[in-house]
Design a protein around this ligand. Structure first.
Ligand code: FAD
Length: 512
């Protein structure tokens, strides 16, 4: 053995060209690292799922006759640090070449690049992960340097380039690029959502190891029945299940929230995608094929909505990350500095929307997009929480949270802390929106119809408080002008009541 090929926890791409041929001089190395388990407090299910998926991929390579070295977290020779481990292995095994796949996270990219520049005795080669559709610097290549970028322009160009859902003249199927407008329905009363497909992977040994090694985690887990897919086969099963049972209503109820289902019609494929057990191309192409064969029960709006999430949003936020890092991580446009209330770790709040969204995040390491954006994110922005703390929480709690995708979504789209690089206006809403899209408000301690006073829905007064506070910043934003005008047209006494209520709620943030 002369060559060491490093495989990071989110580089589980079985279709990578590294694995197409067995090469006797190559050793594939996996490491369970304390540095990765501890850079933020992760949800227990997240660490279990990552380590289980790594172990499963390592085993699959071994069974395919590749040479594999797997350092478990508790291995005596595992220092817990990525580059210290590399140094040790190089010396021990007499390695002459180290092969690396470009990390998706800035932090790891820096660590490996700095390490590579000071290697006296080994040569280091870099290659692509062969996962994403676009290059890291695609925004630069296509649009040049700009203060902000439009997802829609990026998405249309990518539709044309890939040929997905476009005709021979590169025009969109159905004549429209985007069917988002027909995708904003509340679930009808008594509508039954299909139960999610759950796995029952036994990760109890891993859970014992985490405990023994003193890894701090958040949230709950059933380690003997981990519900997330931990290999390519399970990931493909989840994809098939999605296509058959969920895609027909995916777009239609994409923004809907209900207490009776924690995933509604969402795919729950983000963990499989972000660990690269599945590629975006495979998921998109299988979905388009399935739609083509089942057009009698799946409309164009459903498949377009799904393709846009993966081809559009997922590729776009990655490109934003690489365009604006490392500065992006420190942006705090509104200078918000409040700490997170305790219920982010317990779910113990009287606000039903928040209680349900937080509790399911802690129970399943998952919330769907609208819960992340319009419940937890909206609440965080309206209550002026510190974007650093908000980021840490999102980065820890979700099964799919890796910084390249978490950061632009949280700091950018949901907190507007980037000042509008990702979103053209802040995603803020009063209780009215939550009531329109969910079943939460009818079971809440607070009353969504009340704008001020005791028992009024906190989102109502906090929403107008936000508008009052930020009206000057958004005076020239056409997407905000109507609401600012509505606020200014209210009587002074009504505005005073609303602002006093908001102030009281902000002072009692921990006991809402
Ligand atoms: P579905 O709704 O079924 O969508 C299908 C796929 O589309 C997802 O698996 C995902 O790969 C992709 N997708 C959809 N929306 C986005 C988006 N905005 N950005 C990137 N990909 C998208 N996604 C993560 O993967 N990791 C994160 O850490 C993360 N943090 C988020 C934080 C906030 C505040 C918000 C608003 C969104 C975040 N998202 C994140 C995006 C999105 O919410 C999740 O990708 C989605 O909920 C995953 O569940 P799903 O697979 O059921 O998605």
């Amino acid at each position: 053995i002369t060559d060491l090929c490093l495989i990071l926890g989110d580089q589980l791409n079985a279709k990578h060209s590294w694995f197409q041929q067995v090469q006797s001089q190559r050793l594939f190395v996996f490491m369970e690292l304390a540095q990765e388990a501890n850079y933020v407090t992760h949800h227990q299910q997240k660490i279990l799922a990552f380590f289980a998926a790594m172990r499963s991929f390592a085993m699959a390579l071994h069974q395919a006759d590749h040479q594999v070295l797997y350092l478990s977290l508790d291995a005596a020779v595992n220092s817990g640090n990525l580059t210290a481990n590399l140094d040790q292995l190089i010396t021990q095994l007499g390695i002459t070449t180290v092969h690396l796949q470009q990390p998706d996270e800035y932090r790891l990219d820096q660590q490996l690049q700095q390490w590579a520049t000071v290697q006296p005795s080994v040569s280091v080669t870099w290659c692509d992960t062969e996962h994403f559709i676009c290059a890291r610097d695609v925004l630069q290549q296509w649009f040049g340097d700009k203060p902000s970028y439009l997802m829609e322009a990026f998405y249309r160009r990518l539709r044309k380039q890939t040929g997905y859902l476009v005709d021979e003249h590169q025009q969109p199927f159905g004549g429209q690029w985007n069917y988002d407008k027909s995708n904003r329905n509340k679930l009808p009363a008594k509508h039954k959502v299909p139960a999610p497909l759950l796995f029952a992977n036994d990760t109890s040994e891993l859970a014992d190891m985490l405990q023994r090694m003193g890894i701090k985690t958040m949230g709950s887990a059933q380690p003997d029945k981990l519900l997330w897919p931990v290999n390519r086969q399970q990931s493909l099963q989840l994809l098939d299940y999605f296509l058959e049972y969920l895609l027909p209503n995916f777009g239609l109820y994409q923004d809907a929230m209900t207490e009776s289902s924690w995933a509604v019609y969402h795919a729950r494929l983000s963990f499989s995608l972000n660990t690269k057990m599945l590629s975006p191309k495979l998921v998109i192409e299988r979905a388009i094929d399935y739609w083509q064969q089942h057009q009698e029960r799946i409309s164009l709006a459903q498949i377009e909505g799904f393709v846009r999430q993966i081809l559009g949003w997922r590729e776009f936020v990655r490109a934003i990350y690489w365009q604006f890092m490392p500065n992006y991580k420190a942006l705090n446009y509104f200078k918000h500095h409040r700490p997170l209330p305790d219920y982010f770790w317990t779910g113990d709040t009287k606000m039903r929307c928040l209680q349900h969204s937080l509790s399911q995040s802690l129970d399943y390491a998952y919330a769907h997009h609208i819960q992340r954006l319009m419940v937890i994110g909206n609440f965080s922005l309206l209550t002026e929480l510190d974007p650093d703390a908000v980021d840490q929480w999102y980065l820890g709690v979700y099964i799919d949270a890796i910084e390249w995708v978490e950061l632009p979504n949280t700091r950018g789209m949901s907190q507007f802390a980037d000042g509008g690089i990702v979103a053209s206006k802040p995603y803020v809403a009063s209780g009215n929106y939550v009531n329109k899209m969910s079943s939460y408000c009818s079971n809440c301690h607070y009353q969504v119809k009340l704008k001020s006073g005791e028992k009024s829905c906190p989102l109502n007064s906090l929403y107008w408080h936000f508008i009052e506070q930020k009206q000057e910043l958004f005076a020239n934003n056409p997407r905000m002008s109507l609401v600012i005008k509505q606020w200014q047209q209210r009587s002074p006494s009504e505005r005073n009541d609303i602002l006093a209520t908001a102030q009281r709620y902000l002072e009692q943030l921990n006991s809402l």
